[in-house]
Design a protein around this ligand. Sequence first.
Ligand code: PMP
Length: 354
Amino acid sequence: MSRFLSPRFAGLEAYTPGEQPRDQQYIKLNTNESPYPPSPEVLARLNADEVKRLNLYPDPEGKILKEKLAKLYGVEKENIFLSNGSDDILNFAFMAFCDEERGAAFPEISYGFYPVYADLYHVPHVKLPLKEDFSIDYKDYCDINKMVVVANPNAPTGMEIGLFEIEEILKANPNHVVLIDEAYVDFGGTSAVGLVGKYPNLLVSMTYSKSRSMAGARLGFAIASKEIIEDLEKIKFSTNPYNINRLTLAAGEAAVDSDAYYKENAKKIMATRETTVKDLKALGFTVLDSKANFIFAKPPKISGADFYAQLKKKGVLVRHFEKEKIRDFVRITIGTDEQMEVFLQKTQEVLADR
Ligand code: PMP
């Protein structure tokens, strides 16, 4: 910390992203990317002509992309907000809807960025424990008088919370935004987007980073009532109006045009997930019920930390969280069938050494 940094950030603990190593080629199952490339339409769109236009600013409103997404999700373009990855939505939401008095609530075990944004903006927050079985108890979020942030499916557990429970949370907090983070919804989850017309306090955030194979391009979007979107736009236009670059906007448009390709990939990932779960259970793993493109699993005979380290030595990268209650587990992103075969073989080798 330099002497120039405002003292208000002195205690801030920044978010630690998952490893993105460049030292060797790993079978990379640690940060929930899609193992499949962007669609041929996206690749074709990122051509020399598009690159030549980089001298020009992008459309700060992203009108074309909003129109396409609105059509895809059955809403109006005024219900859509575009962002630089969905982290950007979280950032804007904490900035817009919370302050020193207006707090936030989220699960104790969830996406690690929620408490960081809360700390960044000095938002008082409560981290609510999960139930014994790692599910979210919706009753904890009712009448809490705070912005609620819930990932559905949750990360790193992969477990789902139902729409009934989400509606109860929405009804119980009419004066606060309820942010449902649907980063992983396309792998068999249930989206709350259909509730947007009914609940003006609902904010659904989504990303191109997972099912749409564009983690490297940084594109996210939110769907919510027009009033919430207007608030987010106000904050965006007061901080970084060009938060999405031209190439990403173009790629995002082409990805909507090839929605069927991504749906097919999501199906493949779900099928691979089910095979992997079966194989791991046969080896003695405890595996939580996942609706995401990853699984949360506890290996037999070996600690989560050792399993992670041994696999890494063998060229397979998974994610381990050094956090009480979940340190026995690892989070494994679902790759291609071929990648998961290697993962399984290396897993068997690690367990055989015990
Ligand atoms: N929400 C959840 C639950 C996540 O796990 C992640 C990233 N891994 C994000 C949001 C943010 O993803 P991105 O910024 O790439 O859209």
